[in-house]
Structures are given as structure tokens and as C-alpha cells.
Design a protein around this ligand. Structure first.
Ligand code: G4P
Length: 311
């Protein structure tokens, strides 16, 4: 889809009348104690690996970034993996890859559902991210030593899917709850690479309300943080502005000047014949439909934030 809009910027999200700032973050609870424990656990495991793969959602690369990732990783070589690129706008994904490159971070776009793009991971790691280490090992006669990698990311970003894809078998789903540990295992991959089969589950960016809303759109933060209708209205307001073609194509509605998230929700409900007794539009049902269809990609390939302009 070519209709991504240049004026979508990180930190900016369309406002709806009736918005509330009182988000109740009860869905995923990360207390300061949990964060400290997670930080320590990741630091301990980082010592065992040569590089960290920071998994981000290609639709929300900044919002799905852990706020302390730079501090946690320090000087550890890293690669950014923009996952779920099958759901994101292609042009936007390319813009993000370039943005990371300008920051000196190697990024690749993948789709762990189909495996698309994953064949580039090891070559890019070896030729780019770890080229110095590999040259050093060759000089010291250690060329045969395996490359060890750890996967990091917030809940739902696709860590288990990535590990399963790379390992070529279905492994246990990573435990999302903070502080819960699992037995550490190394998975041997082709290319003389070993994967730490214990993804580092990082906490999302709670302190940034706009980021939290975008994560709610993608389903990464459970819908409990806001009510479903509010999330759907915010999403519709964004789509009406930045991806109106998607709404027209999917729901046969045309967003107009002055439309709000609520008016668009009514339009969707009406088009889909979602009415309750008395002829009222069933906005709850319409909201669930919109969120479900957005998350599964049925509204098209949509990116929710673009690289910040000042960079
Ligand atoms: P996590 O370990 O980081 O928590 O994430 P996990 O791999 O469990 O993935 C979370 C959801 O995202 C899963 O969907 C998974 O299938 C989906 N997913 C992962 N990578 C991709 C991708 O590249 N593209 C798309 N479209 N989806 C992806 P689910 O609905 O929770 O489960 P299911 O559909 O696999 O049953």
C-alpha cells in the first residue's frame, strides 16, 4: 500500500474528543522490582552470548522498544529485527531500516509467521554485526567457535515465533510474566550458531501514553488498559487520517473532514449491520471487529509510526 502518510510522527497520535489520559496499566504488571530482576537476568545471560537480537514490531518500532534497551545492552553487538513486516507498510519499513542504519544499528525486516527475510539474519550477523569478532577469532585460531545469540523483546513481539523458526521446531511458548524463569537451553542452528532458548522478555514503554496506545492497537498490551471502544476509536481516527483507503476498501466507508473516531465507529457498525434492539449501533461489536481486522492484517499493511523527523 502506498498511502502511508509522511506526517505520522513518533510521539504524535490523533486526538479524539472524550479521550482520557487515565490509562490503567493493569494488563502487564512490571513493578520496579521485576524490572531490576529482569535487568539482572538479561545482564547475566548477555555475558554468555556474542550478540543480542532486539526484536521490534515493524508497525511500531519505537513504541515496541524497551525504554532501557541501550543501557541494558551497553556495548554488546546487536541487531534489530523488525518483525511482523507482513503487517507493516513496506515503504515505512524501509524508512525504519534506514533510520536505524543512520544511528549505526543494523536492522533487518522479517516475518516470523512465514519465515520471510529470516535467511538474511545469520549472514548479516556474521558479515556486519560480528565481523570484528569473527576476524579476531580467525587471527587467534578460534574460527570454529560457535556464534551465540540471545533474543530480546517485549511480550507478543514474536520472540517464540522467531526461536521456533530458527530452531525449526515448535518449542514452549516463552513465559511473559516478569520474574518467571525457565531452564536455560542452547539450541544449535545451522551455520555454527547457537541460540539461547530463553528469550529476554522486556517491559514495554509504559511511561509514554502514545506508545502505550499504539501497543494497545497491535494487541501487545492487553485491551484491558483502555476499553475496547476507546482503542478502536483512536485507531479509526488514525486510519481515517493516514490510511483512509484502507477503511474505504474494507468497510466501504469514506472518512470525511470532521469525522471522529466515534463517527467512524458508527459508520463501520452501520455498514456491517451491527445494531442492537431499538436500532442503535452496537459500537462494542464494531470495535472488536475493527481491532481484530487491523491486528490480523485484513485492513492492509499499516505502520503506526514513522521515524522521528529531527533525526
Ligand atoms: P512472544 O514470544 O514475543 O510473546 O510472541 P509470539 O512468538 O508468541 O508471537 C505473538 C503473536 O504474534 C502470535 O500470534 C504469533 O503467531 C504472531 N506473530 C509472530 N511473528 C509474526 C509475524 O512476523 N507476522 C505475523 N502476522 N504474526 C506474527 P497469536 O495470535 O498469539 O498466536 P498464533 O496466531 O500463532 O496462534
Amino acid at each position: 500500500m502506498e498511502n502511508y502518510n509522511d506526517d505520522i510522527r513518533a510521539g504524535e497520535i490523533p486526538e479524539n474528543p472524550g479521550d482520557t489520559d487515565n490509562y490503567d496499566m493493569k494488563a502487564i504488571q512490571w513493578f520496579p522490582g521485576h524490572m531490576a530482576k529482569t535487568r539482572r537476568a538479561i545482564a547475566a545471560n548477555l555475558k554468555l552470548v556474542d550478540a543480542a537480537a532486539e526484536l521490534l514490531d515493524a508497525r511500531v518500532p519505537l513504541s515496541s522498544r524497551n525504554p532501557e534497551i541501550d543501557r541494558i545492552l551497553g556495548s554488546k553487538p546487536r541487531i534489530v529485527i523488525l518483525n511482523k513486516c507482513d503487517l507493516a507498510d513496506n515503504n515505512a519499513t524501509q524508512a525504519w531500516v534506514s533510520w536505524f542504519r543512520k544511528k549505526g544499528v543494523t536492522a533487518i525486516a522479517v516475518d516470523c509467521k512465514s519465515g520471510k527475510g529470516l535467511n538474511r539474519l545469520m549472514p548479516v550477523l556474521k558479515e556486519d554485526v560480528l565481523s570484528e569478532l569473527i576476524a579476531k577469532r580467525e587471527r587467534s585460531g578460534m574460527a570454529g567457535a560457535p556464534i551465540r545469540l540471545m533474543i530480546l523483546g517485549i511480550p507478543n513481539v514474536g520472540k517464540s515465533s522467531l526461536i521456533n523458526r530458527l530452531a525449526g521446531s515448535k518449542r514452549t511458548k516463552v513465559e511473559d510474566r516478569p520474574g518467571v524463569t525457565r531452564v536455560k537451553q542452547w539450541v544449535r542452528l545451522r551455520d555454527n550458531t547457537e541460540l539461547l532458548d530463553m528469550p529476554g522478555v522486556l517491559w514495554p514503554k509504559f511511561e509514554d501514553q502514545n506508545a502505550a496506545v499504539r501497543l494497545a492497537f497491535t494487541g501487545a498490551i492487553s485491551d484491558d488498559i483502555l476499553d475496547t471502544e476507546t482503542i478502536a476509536m483512536k485507531l479509526l481516527s488514525f486510519l481515517g487520517r493516514s490510511y483512509p483507503g484502507s477503511l474505504t476498501e474494507r468497510y466501504k466507508i469514506t472518512p470525511e473532514e470532521g469525522d471522529t473516531g466515534l463517527s467512524l465507529l458508527y459508520k463501520v457498525g452501520k455498514k456491517r449491520g451491527m445494531v442492537v434492539s431499538g436500532g442503535e449501533i452496537d459500537t462494542e461489536r464494531a470495535a472488536v471487529t475493527v481491532l481484530d481486522e487491523f491486528r490480523s492484517g485484513r485492513l492492509g499493511r499499516i505502520t503506526l509510526e514513522m521515524p522521528p523527523e529531527e533525526d
